[in-house]
Write a protein of this length. Structure first.
Length: 188
């Protein structure tokens, strides 16, 4: 990956220009640091490692941005999708649908259940995120995501409620709600 330091003012202008997403100035500043850390060559993309990269004493600012700050992740996703596709549009472009699997130790995380894991070829306790990307000769970009919920989740109302009201229906195999993680802001 190209060194993000050469992007300097262009990246800052892009993240600063998205300040309208946030109700307060603190998350606006943290957002720029967070994006820079996400794009950087940081071995583990967790709040601790990214905070260290950003020069923060601890991950509290990043955790606040992700868990408590008032903003709408779906509005950002929609804006970013349009921004990226404007530069990548191609009649020969394709959509790429993929499931990303995360092996988990516990059972409390939304969607965690024993499921077949393509990575190991075994039944593992895992989460499955369905990802949609766009690829063309000009590059590739992430488009959307949903957390897959197996029947062991969708068929257990108490478990779904305890996890913040994960969507359920009689058919099983649903996706997790965006409402639990969505932030409020312009466009909502």
């Amino acid at each position: 990956m190209q060194d993000i330091d050469v992007w300097g003012t262009d990246l800052s202008a892009l993240t600063d220009g998205l300040g309208w997403l946030f109700a307060r100035p603190e998350p606006k500043e943290t957002f720029g640091l967070f994006v820079r850390a996400m794009l950087a060559d940081v071995a583990k993309k967790n709040c601790w490692a990214m905070a260290e990269y950003a020069g923060l004493a601890n991950p509290k600012k990043f955790q606040h941005l992700l868990n408590k700050a008032s903003w709408d992740v779906d509005v950002l996703r929609d804006w970013l999708r349009g921004y990226a596709l404007a530069g990548l549009a191609d009649p020969d472009g394709v959509l790429v649908l993929d499931d990303t699997q995360a092996i988990k130790k516990g059972t409390k995380g939304v969607g965690v259940a024993p499921q077949h894991c393509g990575l190991t070829g075994q039944t593992e306790n895992r989460q499955c995120m369905v990802m949609l990307s766009y690829a063309s000769g000009f590059g590739r970009t992430f488009i959307d995501r949903e957390l897959y919920l197996p029947r062991s989740w969708t068929g257990d109302r108490a478990r779904c409620d305890a996890a913040g009201g994960a969507r359920r229906s009689g058919s099983g195999h649903q996706t997790a709600p965006r409402g639990r993680h969505a932030r409020t802001g312009p466009g909502r």
